[in-house]
Ligand binder design. Structure first.
Ligand code: ADP
Ligand code: MG
Length: 650
């Protein structure tokens, strides 16, 4: 009998297949089992119309046989089988998929066949030096043997086989220095591979396994016995109705599969039919993985094609800001052999991702509304990721994320959402009718009723609650968001406003909308009156400040520093603390409390013409203000000396 060559180009392809398409040799077993499963499906499908087929659903099975001595692994099925012609067509031509044809021919039926690419079978050559396929089609007495040792070609000869179906026999390659094959002859290793990739094949995958037990009637004598074991769990948890699955089952599944010892905070079960047919089972972890905020953490969902694992961490299924989500997606529309590059451009996958994104958001929103304690815990774990997501890409995803954010409320002394902040804002009275002809936008801000969302940024809530500028805002009955994470203020800058309310840093020099027109007028007049005093102090402080003026935001403190422009004092601190950062400097204004005794002292120094002392006081006050803001002062020794001098004088 003549050796037949593989069809044109097939040789090259076979080489490519074996050496580069698959990164893990172990997937050969996944491919052969999937083929067996497809063969069972085809026969089962035929049995729906052909009542002469004697098998009941539970009779269909895949059998693994391991023979260490002869170095063989056999994958058998009692499926549809192949005759000479089909062997020739399907195994003689690489990239020819009989399953794809079958799918096309039965397109109107709901057939869930795994193969469609026509290359999986050849992965057997990654581990086998010789492959024999013995197959007998259902309904025929004649069996056929296909044999090949790889690229050189194959032979097909008639042979005998007891019953219909297919045996694929691999002779495992010998171990070499570089490559190890013996591991595939290890029973535990094989069982592990089946569990990993083929746990949810709908037919039982059985194997005769050796066990040992105490001999009956003896104390310490053992005997070995063999038992036919089913290796796979068959019905995937994600295909079962959520109401039929106990929460413990989901939790155990999560912990087992995703190596966590804490129950998930939330389980999301999602199934869709239609444009993207898939089942998804997602988990929001109960705690952040230890490496979550490091570069080592790899996001992604497991991707299954009809119950067979094809990728362990498919990153394209999750946006970065939801990278904490674990879980899996199972789709019928994907092929087993799809590569990462192809997946990236897969429109199905993009559709799935968009749907999942919405699901995750809805779940988090539901948790926020109905289980606040749990959400707070979640936010402690992953809130930073949401904030970073909001800020990244110039706020491209802010609409998606802004309602999921929590910030510390000064009034409530707990975490609140922006929505809650705005809902609690004291309402402004109705705006008056504009006189006709007046241009829009010239209207003065209302001073009654809260106009802005106030915030203060710093290291800790403790410290922020003592900020001089906080006092007046709180006294007005307005809440302040205390921002303590480095990223917080950048997030608010990207958001710009929430529900039409702008954010205002209470330490910024901008108008905080706290005073009435009359108060403002009075402040202007007082600033004018003390013009010379401020000029003298500004002169003494030089470039350190851009202005010295009276403050409208101080109540009991003598002094504070505010900033002008987009860069706040806190942002200066954050940015300058980054390694290798170019130093930035915010524009600072020294603000004084006109009703504080210190101010009277300054006025007196100015009136007495005591310029030196005034300069020294200006410096002291400036340094004090820096210290209150948590900023470093330039010359601590000089500052301490100046304070001591003052103490010695009194
Ligand atoms: P795919 O599964 O993507 O179609 P494969 O290279 O894995 O490609 O298999 C090629 C074809 O060989 C299959 O489509 C199928 O028609 C046939 N085949 C492979 N294994 C079996 C089997 N155990 N029983 C019946 N047919 C098989
Ligand atoms: Mg296949």
């Amino acid at each position: 009998m003549a050796v037949q060559e593989f069809k044109a180009e097939s040789k090259k392809l076979l080489d490519l297949m074996i050496n580069s398409i698959y990164t893990h040799k172990e997937i050969f077993l996944r491919e052969l089992i999937s083929n067996a499963s497809d063969a069972l499906d085809k026969l089962y499908f035929q049995s729906l119309t052909d009542t002469s087929i004697p098998l009941k659903k539970e009779d269909y099975a895949i059998r693994l046989t391991l023979d260490r001595e002869n170095r063989t692994i056999i994958v058998s099925d009692n499926g549809i089988g192949m005759d000479e012609k089909t062997l020739q067509e399907n195994l003689g031509t690489i990239a020819k998929s009989g399953s794809q044809d079958f799918k096309r021919e039965n397109a109107s039926e709901d057939v869930d066949i795994i193969g469609q690419f026509g290359v999986g079978f050849y992965s057997a050559f990654m581990v086998a030096s010789h492959v024999t396929v013995i197959s007998r089609p259902y309904g025929s007495e004649q069996a056929w043997k296909w044999e090949s040792s790889g690229a050189d070609g194959y032979t097909i000869t008639p042979c005998q086989k007891e019953s219909f179906g297919t045996d694929v026999i691999l002779v495992v390659k010998p171990d070499t220095e570089e490559e190890h094959y013996d591991e595939f002859l290890d029973e535990y290793r094989l069982v592990g591979i089946v569990k990993k990739y083929s746990d949810y094949i709908r037919y039982p995958i059985t194997m005769l396994r050796e066990h040992s037990r105490k001999k009956e009637g003896t104390e310490d004598e053992y005997e070995t016995y063999t038992e036919l074991e089913t290796l796979n769990s068959m019905v995937p948890l994600w295909k079962r109705d959520k109401k039929d699955v106990k929460p413990e089952e989901y939790n155990a599944f999560y912990k087992d599969k995703f190596f966590d010892f804490t129950d998930p905070a939330r389980v999301i079960v999602s199934r869709t039919e239609g444009t993207a047919t898939y089942n998804a089972l997602l988990f929001i972890p109960g705690r952040a993985p230890f490496n979550y905020y490091t570069r080592d953490y790899e996001k992604g969902l497991q991707l299954y094609a009809s119950g067979v694992l094809i990728m362990d961490k498919c990153a394209d299924l999750l946006p970065d800001y939801f990278s904490f989500v674990k879980g899996l997606v199972d789709s019928q529309d994907l092929s087993l052999n799809i590569s990462r590059e192809m997946l990236q451009h897969d429109s199905q996958l993009r559709l799935i991702r968009t749907t999942l994104e919405k699901k995750i958001k809805n779940e988090l929103t539901a948790m926020l509304r109905t289980d606040r304690e749990k959400y707070d815990e979640f936010f402690k774990n992953f809130g930073l990721q949401l904030k970073v997501g909001c800020y990244e890409g110039y706020g491209a995803n802010k609409e998606m994320l802004k309602d999921l954010l929590l910030f510390h409320s000064a009034k409530e002394n707990k975490l609140i959402t922006l929505e809650e902040y705005v809902a609690a804002m004291p309402k402004a009275p109705e705006t008056e009718e504009k006189p006709e002809g007046e241009a829009a936008g010239t209207e003065q801000p209302k001073t009654e009723g809260q106009k802005y969302i106030y915030y203060a940024a710093g290291d800790s809530v403790e410290r922020l609650s003592k900020l001089p500028a906080a006092e007046r805002v709180l006294e007005k009955g307005y809440d302040i968001l205390y921002l303590t994470a480095d990223v917080d203020e950048f997030v608010l800058q990207v958001l710009r406003e929430y529900s039409g309310k702008e954010f205002r840093n209470i330490s910024s020099g901008e108008d905080l909308g706290l005073e009435t027109e009359a108060e403002k007028e009075q402040a202007r007049a007082e600033n004018e009156q003390n013009k010379d005093l401020f000029a003298a102090m500004k002169e003494a402080l030089g470039d350190k400040v851009t202005e010295v003026r009276l403050s409208t935001r101080l109540k009991s403190h003598p002094v504070c520093i505010t900033s002008e422009g987009a860069l706040s004092v806190e942002m200066e601190k954050v940015l300058n603390s980054m390694p290798n950062a170019e130093k930035v400097e915010s524009k600072k204004i020294l603000e004084l409390n006109g009703s504080h005794p210190v101010f009277a002292a300054l006025q007196k120094l100015q009136a007495d013409g005591n310029t030196d002392k005034l300069a020294a006081y200006a410096d002291l006050l400036y340094n004090q203000a820096l210290l209150i803001e948590g900023l470093p002062i330039e010359d601590p020794v000089a500052y301490a000396q100046a304070v001591c001098d003052l103490m010695a004088q009194s």
